[in-house]
Design a protein around this ligand. Sequence first.
Ligand code: MV4
Length: 504
Amino acid sequence: MKRVLVANRGEIALRIVRACHEDGIEAVAVYSDADRTSPHVQAADRAVHIGPSPAAESYLNVARLLEAAASSGADAIHPGYGFLAERASFADAVTDAGLTWIGPPPDAIRAMGDKTEARRRMQQANVPVVPGAVTPVADLKSARLVAEEIGFPLMVKASAGGGGRGMRVVRAPGELRVALETAASEAEKAFGDPRIYLEKYIERPRHIEIQVLADDVRTVHLGERECSIQRRHQKLVEEAPSVAVSSELREWMGQAAVAAAEAVGYRGAGTVEFLLAPGGSFYFLEMNTRIQVEHPVTELVTGIDLVQWQLRVAAGERLPFAQDAITPRGWAIECRITSEDPANGFLPSTGQVQYLHVPAGPGVRWDGGIETGSEISLHYDPMLAKLIVWAPDRAQAIARMHRALLELTIEGVDTSRDFHLRVMEDEEFRAGAIEIQWLERRLAALTAAPPPRESVVRAAIAAVLLAERERNTRRLTPRSSEVAIAATESPTAWLEMARREGLR
Ligand code: MV4
């Protein structure tokens, strides 16, 4: 493998280009009209234009991507996440073109893509699945019988589903018919497949996922990630390890994840998702057959570079570490920095990044895809970057993330930065008392106007921003706000300046 085409954009494309370079591999970037000058294009050894800004005409255009690989002399394709990463037909097309596919075998993607098929294979492999059916609903009458057997509440899910679409909770027999109808029509619209099945509804679970890595002969797991902090199936904060997972439970879940991967002949990096019930029972949900957004927290606690091993396994190398050599150490947290306004229902924000100051220091990692001058449009996902920290324990990791978020300055678009500060300050988060509904429940408190004292500090920061604007040496630090407070006489002047800065 000498030259890898990176069929993606943004932070993950840049992440993959860097991994290629560290292994002495050339990287070919692809770009749409909107991404001509993006950081991932600048970092690559060559770049190929693949079409207009809409993803359907560029990053999802299989023919153009294969042409780009041929014209640039690439011998392999890395799909990143999203776009074509989990399209088995794309993986087939890549190998049919004589290129190396940096991802799992297409049949493993297919097996995990069909949820009832995956449930059957998991049951056979003794991986705990949520109690319920392993075949789609035939008709209303048989659905009623299955429902009585499972009991209520239960869930109606799309066989072709994933990511939360085509799902309904059913709390009583009388709700079953309508739930089946609406879920089936939603599944037909979303996946072109109306098949649905029933399983028991697990109340107030955590979302815990296990990272696996497999070569041609063995599969290992790299421990868990806690992914419960999400809104509408978009994760916002992830951490590794989880406060809810003891070393004993990690071993059980890890073995289940390895069994899940082996049951479908997995190779490369993958993630097995579980629901962890309050009582400690865990259930297989689905497997993500790609590198995930939140992979860095696992890298920071294990010291294993997942993208590097994706490349090496695809090139035929064997993993040099056995299961007993992998021990998570310390604590890592990731905040997804998005161009959205959390105080306004996470409304996407567009515009040009006028100023960017990236945090640094020990244990701080920035996986970004933007720079000063980047245009943020509505063509792609609103995630601009990921801020990831490592520290010896959870309390120190939270303190470090809070410090790093204070250092982060992005001007020109609204971002989730302030929201993440409020999460790091939140008592329930700090106690680790989170589950999949936590964020939705806590949203009002997390996005409320900050208390008056903080308004004053923010106003002082605004004063510093104004004073330093000409010199363009702005730093959002507590120290500079103190200086500003001391230097400013009238609180009303601070508030006026804060108003002008658009701060509360
Ligand atoms: C569930 C569940 C509770 N009980 N299944 C959501 C996406 C898809 N991967 C499966 N999902 C769920 N399945 C049973 N039997 C709750 C969810 C769920 C969820 C799971 C993981 C992360 C966030 C979630 C948010 C809402 C619902």
